[in-house]
Design a protein around this ligand. Sequence first.
Ligand SMILES: Nc1nc2c(c(=O)[nH]1)N[C@H]1C(S)=C(S)[C@@H](COP(=O)(O)O)O[C@H]1N2
Ligand SMILES: [Mo]
Length: 245
Amino acid sequence: MKRRNFLVAAGAAFLAGCNKVAESAPGAKLLSAAESWHKTAHRFLTDREALAPEYPRSAISPYFRGNGSTDPTNGDYQAQAASDFADWRLEVRGLVETPLTLTLDNIRRLPQRTQVTRHDCVEGWSAIGEWTGPQLSVLLEAAKLRPEARYIVFRCADELSGARYYESVDLVDAYHPQTIIAHRLNGEPLPIKNGAPLRMRIERQLGYKHAKYLTAIEAVASLDDLYGGHGGYWEDRGYQWYAGI
Ligand SMILES: Nc1nc2c(c(=O)[nH]1)N[C@H]1C(S)=C(S)[C@@H](COP(=O)(O)O)O[C@H]1N2
Ligand SMILES: [Mo]
């Protein structure tokens, strides 16, 4: 029964995609992503595919603070939290051949990556944490991007000062091996303050790119028609869209 539900939710194409990803080298995936993204990306590829530093577990900060939204009160978030996020769904949609709707269980069954990294917030604080989740590339390969797709948009459940949080990255960061959909922090399910039940880790980017309370991943050709048109909540308020570190 469980397995049948998983197959119905995930779909045959999804499973085929996972196998393909498992066999292919991350470098090759990144290269082809960049090619279809933008020819000039090649010049920066060596820099941009480099890994962010990873740390031993002994370096993990005793407390990983929450920043921005730390306990969303809008929509049905509180009700979802009360039921341990049993009904949470992550959609993969937009310019894809096969839209996906995933449960948390689907996400936990995918191949996982665990990484101990340092989070840098522009407000001037950092924290080291251990994050676990599937690589975003696995989901994108399963959904199969259409050639027009240029950016991946992250949709969030929370509102900050009355406006919906959202973020976006280009395909180089989307396919970066350390870009994961985290559901665990330091070996435990994500705390609410850190984005439960799902949040992005985009380790070559500053903190505000790491969308918390993730509800959908959307492939788009342009960022112009989203909210303020600058590709993210803080970008619409003056921050740089490219926040590479
Ligand atoms: N949905 C959502 N994601 C978000 C934010 C937010 O307010 N809402 N804040 C951002 C900022 S500025 C930072 S520094 C990190 C903070 O992550 P943390 O709460 O786990 O420390 O989340 C980022 N992602
Ligand atoms: Mo931040």
